[in-house]
Write a new protein. Sequence first.
Length: 627
Amino acid sequence: MAALDVLIIALYIILTLSIGVWVSRKASKGLDGYFLGGNSIKWYYLGLSNGSGMFDVSGTAWMVGILFLYGAKSFMFMWMWPIWNQIFVMVFLAVWIRRSNIMTGSEWILTRFGDDRAGRASHLIVAVFAIVAAVGFIAYFFEGVGKFMTIILPWDMTFSPGGTLLLSSAQSYALIIILLTTIYTIKGGMYSVVATEVLQYLIMVLAGILIAVYAFIAVSDAQLSAVIPDEWKNIFFGRELEGFWEGKLATFNDLIDTQGYKMFGAFIGMTLLKGFFASVAGPTPSYDMQRILSTRNVKDAAYMSGFTNLVLFVPRYLLITGIVVLGLVYLAPAMAETGAVSSGDLEMILPRVINNHVPVGIKGLLLAGLLAAFMSTFSAFVNSGPAYIVNDIYKKYFKPSASGKHYIRASHIASFGVVILGVVMGFFAESINSITLWITSALYGGYVAANVLKWVWWRFNGWGYFWGMLSGLLIATLQFLADQNKDNFTEGTLLYETAHIPAIYLFPVIFGFSLAGCILGTLLTPATGISTLKSFYARVRPWGWWEPVCRKLEEEGNPVGRNRNFGMDMFNCTVGIVWQSSMILLPVFFMVRDYSRSLWWLIIFVVTSAILKFTWLDKVRKMPDSN
């Protein structure tokens, strides 16, 4: 690596640590200041921070690989997470969540189910879910950043005293970056996280623009036309995904056939089904929810969520497609010649392009940008996970009346604990893909049913929530374990056949088990107290089946009105999904020089923006500034 690139990265790290530590002086005012920034941070800073937190390096490496192989259709692969969640949050969920005026997602559950045994059971399982998810994501980042740094940086960091391997080079790099990020995150809490993430976002945008400009200069239209088939640019599909690579690159068709997405129509059907329910369920109890709860009021929560969508996708996909363009021209022929391209090769496209095909200076800024992507997402999870340990477990059940300084010290210890557990888990992860599957199938699969019902059905209670979450998580985890051991089962047996079904196709099974747990747990136990339900509905006002609660409020002379916005909310969500997709496909087609499709998606972006201005934004502006 050139000295200039090393200098740029070193300056970025020094600047980030300095800002994080300098801002941390504000964090010593109690848990509210530490985890939520005292609800005093402007919505646009939180939006930039939220967008920065979603710009992670492991996910970016994965997106580069799938765009490289599948072309423009790959934007629909993102629905597995699902990214629509951000649209649903923008349209109505941010307002519902922020009206609670609490600190964490599991504390929010108590406002829905009460503080009795059933409420505490639901509260506890959400806290456990949040902690496990934070640990899992830290492991995901540990695996991703280690692989990335070993390809990019020239120094061998292997630690093997006496010839015994203790740390591989990837693990050493990951530990160094995690340690640096943990220092300012733990010291400053939400203030440091947001301040550094705004800086990191600006660096990522600069990196995206620079790599896009370089890809335009370095690669000609003729070079791109020679390597990209017409079908690569086609977003439409049939029941099956046919291989479209030709000539020397035809070996990529074999990888398409073996990745589990061959039945593309069924795959998209499952992502649509999962995407809808997972989006209505709302954000998982992690950094996204913490940003919503950190806003000053309900109006700011809506603004922040919409702004997150606006600032995230265009710069991210300029960077991703710029890397893909360079990879298609300079790497694809050599990869195809091996005759045995694997999914692991796709994960390595990002670092290989940067290492071999990006000039000095731009390389340093790009590496700083990707390092910023890792550090921002990592710090977001390190800030959100311990909030559940300290506020929802330690403070509530063990030490309810300690001082603010005591709780902040406990938060420091909890943060270190979460990081250590995540790193330990990362040591045993086989690949980025294996952790991705665990997160998307086991964690999200078990989360959905209970968290949809909590919004829309008044009779749903704390025990239903507890058993629904638990049954969903158990069956999803069993499915994940079967998938990880699928080669150990006897061919032709039911276990073998089940284990070889891609996780996305088993979503209805996981959802069904979780839904059964929800309904049985609810109907076999008493309803939540009417006073809790009245308080919740009067404050949050969700749509759904709340008729008995509404009638009770009306009888008592407190008519809050029924929420009849379901149709308009779903219309705005549909328009919002198209709006979000346009911000992905516009930079993709622009970077591959398909200007006619770029123009169409620009028009779609303008039209959908105008629609949302009248149907969503104008209504948000009329909301009161108070909660």
